[in-house]
Write a protein that binds this ligand. Structure first.
Ligand SMILES: C[S@@+](CC[C@H](N)C(=O)[O-])C[C@H]1O[C@@H](n2cnc3c(N)ncnc32)[C@H](O)[C@@H]1O
Length: 261
């Protein structure tokens, strides 16, 4: 199991993330990510930190039977969810940390790594590893979040700031999003195409990202003791109240870098 700074990729997190991937916001974001990454029929793609395999499976449809997608992750629990989904003949999963990737140099047309680098100790080294396994004409697609931008609009600013600051480094470096462009340069990318992406909505519900994310945040804050039970209870109540009186708003900034070597 992967555990960083009190955040665990265990069975419960895997189920919560599966719920998050069903939200409209994440489906739309992944559609945009795939449009930028542009997987083509016949390509060999590596999905690093593939998690529950949602994106892996979607890419497998785009590369088709002549292509293949390899998904690697260092969490058994996440891979168990990925493997339990309808199997595709051109998808393979493997328990492998990015730090120990043993694929030959230049073996993939495209490498995807979304929401993973914040969890690794040396992200620049991980990006070098992603570039190594990409073919010379290939591309590496990386997306990361700036967790300091976690914004829920509720009347109690101080409480929201405490929640955001308590959660931001849940995986190690909450600034990995704003640092991504520089990290990609340090890793030796020849060309970097940058796209900002802001998830936002005005609906506090299970259908929108801010809903199920608030449960992940709740569990983390209670497990780590970073907020009291009373603060967490009040925060969730204020989110519901804000939605009821039409003042609710959620936003979070992500950054995508597409690298060429
Ligand atoms: C937030 S999830 C993202 C999953 C998927 N890439 C996505 O965008 O939906 C992060 C994933 O990275 C995996 N992970 C964390 N550290 C890793 C490492 N060092 N090597 C490989 N996978 C790692 C976790 O187990 C988890 O499945």
């Amino acid at each position: 199991m992967s555990t960083v700074a009190g955040f665990r990729f265990d069975e419960k997190t895997a189920q919560q993330l599966s719920m998050i991937y069903q939200t409209d916001d994440i489906k739309e974001m992944q559609r945009q990510y795939r449009a930028w990454f542009d997987p083509r029929p016949g390509e060999a793609i590596l999905d690093v930190g593939c998690g529950t395999g949602v994106n892996t499976l979607a890419i497998s449809k785009l590369v088709g039977p002549a292509g293949k997608v390899v998904g690697i992750d260092n969490s058994d629990a996440m891979l168990a969810v990925a493997r339990a989904k309808a199997a595709a003949d051109n998808v393979m999963y493997s328990l492998m940390p990015v730090e120990a990737m043993d694929f030959p140099d230049a073996s993939f047309d495209g490498v995807v790594c979304t929401q993973v680098l914040g969890y690794v100790a040396d992200p620049a080294a991980a990006i070098r590893a992603l570039l190594r396994v990409a073919k010379p004409a290939g591309r590496v697609f990386i997306a990361e979040t700036d967790w300091d931008t976690l914004a829920y609009s509720i009347p109690d600013k101080e409480l929201q700031r405490k929640v955001t600051m308590s959660f931001t480094d849940h995986h190690g470096d909450g600034w990995v999003g704003r640092r991504l462009y520089a990290l990609c340069g340090q890793a030796g990318a020849r060309e970097i195409e940058l796209h900002p992406y802001v998830i936002h909505n005005a609906e506090y519900s299970i259908r929108k990202y801010g809903g199920p994310l608030s449960y992940v945040i709740r569990d983390y804050l209670l497990r780590t003791g970073k907020c009291t039970e009373e603060e967490v209870r009040r925060w969730l109540q204020l989110l519901s109240d804000a939605f009821d009186d039409h003042t609710y708003f959620f936003s979070l900034s992500r950054f995508v870098c597409i690298l060429r070597k």
